[in-house]
Design a protein around this ligand. Structure first.
Ligand code: NDP
Ligand code: KPL
Length: 310
């Protein structure tokens, strides 16, 4: 029988990580700890971390404490920092630890489990509109974590433990029956929405009524569906239609995380979006020309920005 979740560690106190850390802190400040290195600890303590304008005095830890074993670790780094982050959290992982990774992309849980050599990470994704600028995080919606075992016809003990913890912390979540499909539904939004808004440099409004963008939404979306279907994942036109309907309900001025990366001069996560679709398409013999074009345009933009000025 799995014990109740009492101590939670967050690695990656960015837009998403700080948002969830603050929600947990608001209910039970003693149960939340932030894994950092010495440099981050000093910087976060000196500058403070604000979430929706409220300062948070988190417990910053650089190494595990046997009095507070990690029942749950929430990972909130960008995909480019994933490998290093997994090594940082390795000493915190106990026999019963569960890892929920809030990163975008379809392969994160598998990567974590492979690198750690054990089955500790549950596949998960988050729907959220959080932004971090310097030491200040803001968000408009409560967001939603989607997580679970690959199939959840009945709930495993570790999924039940996370559900009851999220209930206590008032964190909205969904445990879908088919987690692989849920990962691909989110992946579809990222491959289509994040990359097109990045290239056109627009908020969600670009995906709501711009006829040229809507043409591309359909073409890029169909490539994702073909790659998914070839692997037995039942992504369909209905998912593109749902995505368009959902985009139309979002604040038109809000921005995908990839547009935020562009505005803050950071490297984007194109490798886990178009890069992943292109690699999978090549293995399966499925052409993905729209993604090849997007991948190279995004890379070309970043090359001009980052390499030429060196
Ligand atoms: N923002 C959003 O609305 C959404 C984001 N996502 C996904 O969530 C993931 C995280 O995104 P987001 O929160 O926006 O990213 P941010 O860039 O805001 O945050 C990442 C954080 O990770 C920290 N970090 C990186 N490496 C380490 C390390 N080794 N040890 C400790 N901390 C580390 C960084 O710290 P520092 O700043 O000190 O360098 C930074 O604060 C991405 O995959 C993104 O696609 C998904 C849905 C929505
Ligand atoms: C789905 C979306 C667009 C918001 O949660 C996202 O994942 C992102 O901005 O990266």
């Amino acid at each position: 029988m799995r014990r109740e979740i009492q101590h939670v560690y967050v690695l990656g106190l960015g837009a998403i990580g700080a948002k969830y850390a603050s929600m947990i802190y608001d209910v039970d400040p003693a149960c939340i700890h932030i894994i950092v290195d010495e440099e981050r600890k000093e910087r976060y303590q000196r500058e403070g971390i604000f979430v929706n304008d409220r300062p948070y005095a988190f417990d910053y830890v650089t190494e595990p404490n046997k009095d507070y074993p990690a029942d749950l670790i929430i990972l909130g780094v960008k995909s480019l920092d994933l490998e290093l982050a997994i090594e940082r959290l390795r000493p915190f992982v106990q026999e019963d630890t569960v890892i929920i990774s809030l990163l975008n992309g379809i392969g994160t849980a598998a990567k974590i489990n492979h690198q750690l050599g054990k089955d500790v990470a549950l596949p998960s994704v988050v729907y959220m509109d959080a932004v971090k600028v310097q030491n200040r995080v803001s968000y408009g919606h409560r967001g939603k974590v989607v997580f679970g075992e690959t199939r959840n016809t009945s709930l495993s003990d570790r999924v039940k433990a996370v559900c009851s913890f999220f209930d206590k912390m008032h964190i909205d979540y969904v445990v879908p029956e088919d987690m692989l499909l849920a990962l691909w539904q989110k992946f579809l939004i990222n491959v289509v929405g994040n990359q097109l808004t990045f290239m056109v440099h627009t908020g969600y409004e670009g995906l709501q009524d711009n006829p040229y963008m809507l043409f591309l939404v359909q073409q890029v979306g169909e490539e994702v569906i073909r790659v998914a279907n070839a692997q037995g994942i039942a992504l369909s036109q209905a998912d593109i239609d749902n995505m368009i309907a959902t985009m139309r309900k979002i604040n038109p001025k809000a921005k995908t995380s990839m547009v935020q990366d562009r505005e803050q001069g950071r490297k984007s996560e194109v490798e886990i979006f178009a890069g992943e679709i292109i690699r999978q398409g090549q293995k399966l013999g499925i052409p993905t020309p729209y993604n090849v074009m997007m991948y190279n345009l995004i890379k070309a933009y970043e090359w001009e920005r980052d390499e030429r000025k060196k």
